[in-house]
Design a binder for this molecule. Structure first.
Ligand code: FE2
Length: 430
């Protein structure tokens, strides 16, 4: 007897009409028209069933703080940084925990069950670190939360950053973070990359740096990061986040850099909502987009994932914990409109993301944990287009969130009585 049987599911890879059998919290079979008894049966009715969304880059210590202590009136990165500086001294642990837990509720509703969040360690009280470690413990039954020790004000620019970073790692923070482009000089930035990678290698940890988040075509920290991955044997364990300077770099230089990143196994995380918003601010017109070279990185064999970065915080007033909104923006900014590129954009917020942050027990495969999301869409491309309702969110074979389908009643003479947005387009997988 199965615990759960999902009937007639379409999968993100384009396979259709499959049943997914779950027992003991794991996927035990994926096959058409299974003859099996189950304690619970869900008819997916030809809708998309996906592994959960994975956000590889977020800032949970700042989320939902919009308006505290005031709104970002200009909407710029610089006012955002100033605002965060005003907010930090008045943060309380209880308020950070409460906001983060509320964010996690929203994440679950959106089928987002794996999150890597940076946490600012430059405040000597390490209040946000303690708060997010508590949140990680509390949400563990339903969200895998990884924390990155992030020296927001610079490892060498901020006087106690290195000491605080090491202390945060001792306290249980999972990943080593950094911000080399924000150090005082390019050489200080390179030194910070080396030091941070050495700390990770000594402690057997992964690395995730905000790296070259600027429009500077001569920023070179991604190169240093890749070289350090090779030197220290950290291949596959390092993420370069943002990498926006690659948008502005010389093409010849990039033709050398991408193979180096592939050799070093450096994962690239773009944050399309934030990159398109914050980069290119010194340009008049033409105005640069600022997102890293996603199609070129993918073509060069680099694993690329998309992160949300911010939601309703000092830097970004928008966001909705919806990784499909993130993928939708990436498709547009990166002109990823070929059929295969749109399908890949879905992978960039699911399987590629899981790979980037090292989640192994993940995916729509026999033997993997039965973490699943049923969406009100028929395939991955339609899901990106519609950003549809997450009808059912399943964790370890158990339903943890349900949302009624979006359906509108019409009272128009001679027109249908209801509109279901999922019924309005021919399936692209046909
Ligand atoms: Fe970030």
């Amino acid at each position: 007897m199965l615990d759960l049987l999902i009937r007639n599911a379409n999968l993100p890879d384009g396979r259709t009409g499959l049943d997914i059998a779950v027992k003991g919290g794991r996927i035990v079979e994926i096959a058409p028209s299974m003859a099996a008894d189950a304690a619970k049966v869900i008819d997916a009715a030809g809708r998309l069933v996906s592994p959960p969304f994975v956000d590889p880059h977020f800032h949970m210590d700042a989320t939902l703080s919009l308006g505290l202590p005031r709104l970002n009136r200009s909407g710029t990165l610089l006012e955002g940084i100033a605002l965060w500086g005003e907010l930090k001294p008045i943060l309380t642990q209880e308020a950070v925990i409460e906001r983060a837990l509320r964010y996690c509720d929203l994440a679950v509703a959106q089928g987002l069950l794996h999150i890597r969040s940076h946490v600012d360690i430059c405040d000597d009280r390490l209040l946000a670190v303690e708060a997010l470690l508590e949140v990680k413990r509390r949400v563990a039954p339903y969200i895998d939360l990884q924390l990155v020790a992030f020296p927001q004000d610079g490892l060498y620019r901020s006087p106690n950053a290195e000491r605080n970073l090491l202390k945060s790692l001792d306290m249980g923070v999972d990943v080593v973070g950094g911000i080399p482009h924000f150090e005082r000089t390019m050489s200080d930035g390179a030194l910070s990359v080396r030091r941070l990678c050495e700390i990770a290698a000594e402690r057997g940890l992964r690395v995730d740096l905000h790296c070259d988040e600027s429009d500077d075509p001569l920023s070179r920290h991604v190169e240093t990061l890749a070289a350090e991955a090779i030197r220290l044997g950290l291949q596959g364990r390092i993420v370069g986040s943002h990498l926006t300077s690659m948008h502005s770099m010389d093409n010849y230089y990039v033709s050398k850099l991408i193979p180096l990143m592939a050799e070093a196994g450096v994962h690239a995380v773009a944050n399309p909502l934030i990159n398109i918003t914050l980069q290119g601010r010194h340009d008049t017109y033409p105005k640069r987009r600022g997102m890293t070279r996603v199609p070129e990185l993918l073509a060069g064999g680099v694993n690329v994932a998309f992160g949300q970065d911010c939601m309703m915080d000092p830097w970004y007033s928008m966001g909705s914990a919806d990784m499909l909104e993130v993928a939708h923006m990436a498709v547009h900014v990166g002109q990823m409109t070929s059929l295969s590129a749109m399908r890949t954009a879905f992978d960039c917020v699911t399987v590629n993301s899981a790979r980037a942050i090292g989640i192994e027990d993940y995916g729509l495969e026999v033997g993997k944990a039965a973490h699943l999301v049923i969406l009100q869409a028929r395939d991955a491309i339609e899901a990106i287009r519609q950003k549809p309702t997450r009808l059912t969110v399943i964790r370890g074979g158990k339903v943890i969130a349900e949302t009624a389908p979006r359906r509108t009643s019409l009272t128009l003479d001679g027109r249908p009585e209801t509109v279901d947005p999922a019924d309005y387009a021919p399936p692209l997988n046909a």
